[in-house]
Every structure is written in C-alpha cells, then in structure tokens.
Design a protein around this ligand. Structure first.
Ligand code: ADP
Length: 352
C-alpha cells in the first residue's frame, strides 16, 4: 500500500512535496491517520466495492495538534481485464464546514439550555410568589370575619404584613435583576460610616429570629467609605437573611468589619449547612441555588447573591465565600477606602 500517484494538495496535507511522497506507504506518509485509512483500503482491495463519502477526522503532519475533517471516497482501480491493482482515493477537506456545524450545534444547545433555565425560573418564581399569598389571604379573611368596629388583633396584622414583606422582597429582587441585566442599577454615593450601617441593619434582625444570636466584631475606630447606603444595607441584609435561612438549627451569626490596606473587609459567618466545594464558584450566578439548599421550608429565587455581587463590584469591591458543606459559611466582601471618587463610580455604573 504505497502511494503511486498523487497530487500536490494531498502531499501538502502530509507536509511533503509530491516527489517526496511517491513510494511511501500510508503509514510512512501519515502515521496518525494510517490506522483509520488502511482497513478501508484493504476492504476495497478485497471486495472490489467502492466506499463513498466516508467521514474521517484526525491530525496530519502539516497541521500538528489541529483536528481536521475530510470527506473521503475510495474506489477500486482495475486493469482492463477487471483485476484490481490498487485503490483510488478522493479526499475533500471539510474542516471549515464541520466547524461551522459544530458551532451551530453549540449555539443550539445553548439556546435550549437558556430556554430550560427560563422555564425552570418561571415555575420557581410563580411558586415563590404564590406561597406568601395563601397565608396572606387567610389572615385577611380572618380580619374580615371579625366584622366592623372590632379592633384587628395585632398578631394577625403582623403575620399578614410579614407575608407582604416577603412578596415585596421577591418582587424587588426580580426588578433589581432586570435592572442589572439592562445595566441600569444606579448608585447614589455618599460617605457611609460602616459600623453605624451594620448596627442599623442588625437592629432589624435581633427581634426576627429567636433561634439565632448575632455578634459583631467592631473595629477600634469607625471606617468610612464612599458608597450607596441603601444598596450596602441591602447586601448586608441579604447575607444575614441567608445566614439565618441556611442555619435551620440556629446558632450564632458573626459579623465583622475591619480595614485591611486600602480596603474595608466585612464578613458574615454562620454555622449552618455550608456549601459543597464544587458549587461555590456558581453561587453568585443568576438563579443559582446550591445542591444542598432545601427545596421546602425556605425557598428562594437564587437572585440575592447575584444582586449582592453586582452592588459590591459597582462599589469597586469583591465578594466571595469560604465554606465547607455541613460546617457553616463565611461570606466576605471588600469596599475600597476612599479610593473611588463618586464620579468614577457613576461612570463605572454607566459603562457596566
Ligand atoms: P436564594 O437564597 O434565594 O436561593 P441567593 O442568591 O441568596 O438565593 O443564594 C444562592 C444560593 O447560595 C442559595 O440557594 C444557597 O444554596 C446558597 N447559600 C447562600 N447563602 C448561604 C449560606 N449562608 N449557607 C449555605 N448556603 C448558602
């Protein structure tokens, strides 16, 4: 099985000139491809039947390391009396076509995945939005049954308000997510005293959870940064809510605030369910919920951390998690100490 005659293009595929290739065996000409080619050549020699439009792929000496594709036909070459003396081959390079096809398939599967994520999201979002409505309706019906003139028991009103709060929280997360997607989440930056902010956010939490204790490690002196007070409070609230939500058996939630070099570092630690290592890098993605997040009891849309990341990054900071499944989680974020001027922040937000 030696090459008797071939054109320049085939010889070039093997990285040689035509004169160099004549007389070489298939194995000598292209060692990598020979095991895929030889059985077909042998079959044509043995059966006399051509093989048409065979799809082959592999690497050739002229382009090491690059996967290429060919459409190949082999046919028997006969003497005038009909005896088979060799095999003729037609090799058509189809690498560009195949790559375009692979790209189309990749885009199609991405589109299917995006549709799946959207459908999943719609069903989770409808479920989450509907859940608070049932108790809310119940509480309102109870109030209605009391008739006019009778004072509304504050416990029922409180419960109804808690469900309204949950609903507006979900809707705000949805609105923020679409603002982030459109690059329209804007910051109103002013000097913010971090300690004061943390104390203020914590004060709202103390009465909420009877199973959780809160401690705050305060720095010697207050740290002032330039940022959007409301949005930073939102980040802290979200991290604290998660710390409670994902520590179903209670425990202490620790907050710390310190300055380190040119940054303030704020952390929120819990002793809850933790996060499996392979899930951690996805936590800040839209709609992501870790595998170990319970489905019942305390649902969520998987938007909170996505929004937190956007807010922190718009302030020029970073956010990350340190955790081990079953052994609690620590979320940390940084904020630059006065290194950002408000104008540059706004410009950054507009660029994003
Ligand atoms: P949500 O809580 O609504 O699902 P988040 O974006 O706030 O959305 O959180 C994303 C996921 O990160 C959660 O579903 C959960 O799996 C995981 N997670 C967040 N905070 C914690 C925490 N403190 N402990 C364990 N897992 C957490």
């Amino acid at each position: 099985m030696r090459y008797l005659r071939l054109n320049d293009t085939l010889a070039a595929l093997h990285g040689r000139r035509r004169e160099e290739e004549v007389g070489l065996t298939v194995r000598e000409a292209t060692q990598e491809m020979a095991p895929f080619i030889e059985p077909h050549l042998r079959r044509v020699l043995e059966t006399g039947e051509p093989i048409i439009d065979l799809e082959l792929k592999g690497m050739v000496p002229s382009s090491p390391g690059e996967q290429r594709h060919w459409r190949v036909s082999y046919y028997p070459v006969r003497t005038s009396s009909g005896g088979i003396v060799g095999v003729g081959a037609v090799v058509v390079e189809v690498t560009a076509e195949r790559r375009a096809q692979e790209e189309r398939e990749r885009l199609l599967s991405e589109a299917h995945e995006a549709i799946r994520v959207r459908d999943d999201f719609l069903s989770i979002a409808s479920h989450e939005l509907k859940t608070p409505l049932t108790p809310l309706k119940l509480h309102l019906q109870m109030l209605k049954q009391r008739g006019t003139g009778q004072p509304a028991p504050s416990a029922i009103v409180e419960k109804a308000l808690a469900q309204v709060k949950r609903l507006s929280g979900l809707i705000n997360d949805l609105l923020d997510t679409s603002r982030i997607g459109a690059g329209r989440l804007e910051l109103e930056c002013k000097p913010v005293q971090l300690l004061e902010l943390i104390r203020e956010v914590l004060a709202d939490f103390q009465p909420v959870s009877v199973h959780h204790a809160f401690t705050c490690e305060e720095p010697q002196e207050d740290i002032v940064i330039h940022g959007d007070r409301g949005r930073l409070a939102q980040v802290l609230t979200n991290l604290l809510e998660n710390a409670i939500k994902y520590s179903p058996t209670g425990g202490t939630v620790r907050i710390s605030c310190a300055s380190s070099g040119a940054e303030a570092v704020i952390s929120v630690s819990d002793s809850g369910i933790g996060i499996p290592a392979d899930q951690q890098k996805h936590l800040f993605e839209r709609f992501f919920r870790a595998r170990n997040a319970p489905i019942t009891g305390f649902g969520g849309l998987g938007l909170g951390l996505y929004i937190c990341r956007d807010i922190v990054e718009r302030h020029g900071g970073r956010i990350w998690v340190e955790s081990e499944a079953g052994h609690g989680s620590t979320f940390r974020f940084t904020l630059p100490l006065n290194s950002h001027h408000p104008e540059s922040l706004e410009a950054g937000a507009a660029d994003a």
